[in-house]
Write a protein that binds this ligand. Structure first.
Ligand SMILES: *[C@@H]1O[C@H](CO)[C@@H](O)[C@H](O)[C@H]1NC(C)=O
Length: 319
């Protein structure tokens, strides 16, 4: 009796076990067929159509990480997180900026935030190697000269002091944030949308800090040019609008009141459309701006060999 009962319990257990195994197999089959068009090699499930849109911003995140790391520490990803560069070339011309303690502290925080952003994107999609970045003072000076339409003398040096570095930084997170706003409606997966919203939040915050610090100094003359901080921001924003070829998406610190919030105010500490909603940009508009060429198929500026990833490479004629 005892033996029979033992045997029947054992066989019940084994049939329960095989039922469980069978259900598990069915579940795996169902899951894997549902995930046919999902990129799951990185643990997170991302629809294939989202992958390029999530990878593209790495171009800007590499730029920001390197600029902010070098400015605050005097070295970049090669020392801080070499694996994140995925074998891409070291940036050209970046160096420690001559910053006061407050700005140095803030820029180091931004730098480490950008390292986090690189990790967050690469945790979700495979990503690509760091593109060649030209972060030389001359590269920023060229942008400023083009924005003013004449050669500033001496050449603008982003690394010279706080105000110059803030003006150079005015070029950076804002372009990233318009890209994230532009990418959002094109994404399909929940994981993709969550990631982009999270990146957008922090990029916008960085832009707000930079703009607020500049706004506080808006009437300052930038030495030795005798040009105010406001004028610099207005010229840079106009230049980006021109390069982007898609209308008004960039605004300086003081605008005609009809462009300010509710069409009623000239102070413009944050940029936004007539409803104070952030502007959006496509990857192509962003490439036209960061290449400084106004053409997504003509690399140059901060990206002498162009950006990486499917979207940027698809526009390069020789690629
Ligand atoms: C970096 O930009 C400056 C200014 O445009 C240029 O003179 C220099 O040749 C560039 N360096 C590289 C490696 O592209």
């Amino acid at each position: 009796m005892a033996i029979t009962s033992f045997i029947s319990t054992a066989s019940a257990t084994s049939s329960t076990a095989s039922m469980a195994l069978f259900s598990l197999l069915v579940l795996i089959l169902v899951l894997s067929s549902n995930c046919m068009d999902l990129e799951s090699s990185h643990g997170r499930q991302v629809p294939r159509g989202d992958v390029d849109l999530l990878e593209f911003p790495l171009n800007l995140e590499y730029f920001e990480a390197e600029l902010f790391l070098y400015a605050s520490l005097g070295y970049g990803l090669d020392k801080v997180a070499p694996n994140l560069a995925m074998g891409g070339p070291s940036p050209v011309g970046a160096r420690a900026a001559n910053l006061g303690p407050l700005l140095k502290d803030i820029i180091l925080q931004f730098a480490l935030q950008e390292v986090g952003h690189l990790k967050a994107i690469k945790k979700t999609v495979k990503g690509f190697p760091r593109p060649l970045l030209n972060l030389s003072a001359a590269s920023f000076a060229t942008v400023m000269d083009k924005a003013f339409g004449y050669t500033l003398k001496p050449p603008f040096d982003p690394y010279a002091n706080d105000i110059n570095f803030l003006l150079a930084s005015y070029l950076v997170p804002y372009v990233g944030l318009t890209g994230y706003v532009g990418a959002n409606p094109k994404l399909h997966g929940a994981v993709s949308k969550r990631l982009v919203a999270g990146l957008l939040g922090v990029e916008s915050g960085q832009d707000a800090v930079i703009r607020a610090l500049l706004y506080e100094r808006k009437a300052w003359d930038v030495k030795p040019y005798g040009i105010t901080v406001v004028e610099f921001t207005n010229r840079m924003s106009e230049f980006r609008n021109k390069l982007g070829h898609d209308g008004l998406k960039d605004e300086g610190l003081i605008v005609p009141p009809n462009l300010g919030a509710e069409g009623k105010i000239k102070g413009n500490v944050l940029a936004g459309d007539k409803y104070s909603v952030a502007y959006d940009r496509t990857p192509e508009e962003i490439l036209r701006i960061v290449y400084g060429s106004g053409d997504e198929s003509v690399p140059g500026g901060f990206y002498p060999k162009g950006g990486n990833g499917r979207i940027a490479r698809s526009h390069l004629r020789s690629a």
